[in-house]
Ligand binder design. Sequence first.
Ligand code: ZN
Ligand code: ZN
Length: 456
Amino acid sequence: MAKKDKQKDTLLQAPKGMRDILPEEYHFYQNFFEKAEEIANYYGFQPIQTPHLEKIDLFTAAVGEATDIVEKQMYTLKTRGGDRLVLRPEGTAPVLRTYLKHGMYTWPQPVMLWYKGSFFRHENPQAGRFREFQSFGLEILGEENSIADATIIKVATTILEELGLTQYIVHINSIGDKECRGVYRKELSNYYRRKINHLCKDCRRRLKENPLRLLDCKEESCQELKKEAPQMINFLCPNCKIHFKEVLEILDTLNIPYLLDHYLVRGLDYYSRTVFEVYSVSSDVNGKKEREKEEKIEMPENSFLTTGFALLGGGRYDYLSKILSNKDVPAVGVGMGAERIIMALTEKNLLRHKSRAPKVFFIQIGALAKRKSLLLTEMFRKAGIPLAQSVTKDSFKSQLKIAARLGASLILILGQKEALEETVIARDLGLGGQDIVPFSKIVEFVKNKLKEKKHG
Ligand SMILES: [Zn+2]
Ligand SMILES: [Zn+2]
């Protein structure tokens, strides 16, 4: 390739880890978000939108200085005015910021919100993980009762089920509160300090900052050590124990399958008590080993039937509000990854979207017909009948070709003669036959034709 061509070639590429979503795939996203919104609305969640850019301090304070997100993964920028901003890496901190900023604690509690959109993390792209990714999130703010934790899990898994992902498992753990986590932290740090020579470089540093994060390490040697590490469940204080027990009891009542995952901590500092992740379950036992090999990932322990990445994850974050304000706001939430869910649907051959291709194709030939066609299009739009057409193609043949590709079953033809006489030729591609219909009757005629086809 010549040098210039090469330059042009790279010119057309989206930035690493970011992607173009073409019409067909867009419909899959649309289907996911529509389903999620519909179910969230039904359960009483309300929509909220926060900016794509936030001040960097929000995340360093909320997510934690020593987390991967803040240390390595944020897209930061300095504005001309000197502000330090970041492309939002997650949705919970911005939603809570909005809740506090707009005094939503004065509203009837709890406040239940949903959000959707793009998030950004500068990490190595791999299957199901992109630098720009889309999420649907749910938050229940101002409620400490365990029913809120269970509601979040219930609504999120219902969305999966409605999309067709009926086989899943909830990995769940309690990481305690300020009452009891300190003791566990100490125990964990004692355990790991004895093994310090076997720890990876990152974990040696993490050991000083937050020993809980060692449990998240993907390094093989650290994974090995985790197997013997102390478990939080043995250190929970009575209140945390009751809370966790209640959450599990509600999941039992709702028949939601779960697995106690004693080392699940999630890589953010703000969580307390309940943390969870949901994995798609494969009926294929061998599938796990193959995927591990293919994608060089290790699947969560005790869950040999699950695919390699969490479709959604979340937890309780009762202390986050105190970091951002002096208000006490117990809260719990979940984030659902659109790319991962669409990937899981693809794997299970469950990907579908409502057919949005119109059944009626409108062919126009000649300048006068093209002009008058706009009148007719508007009549059909008002009547709620979807119409496909190709305004730029002139020949009958090329327009007919497009109609065939779209699978139209009825074509309307407006030629020079028809345009003068204000009539339309309606040709039925399914049943055969054609009619000449005046402009004034055409909408009614098409309506009846479509009804006939639906019943026939
Ligand atoms: Zn490690
Ligand atoms: Zn506790």
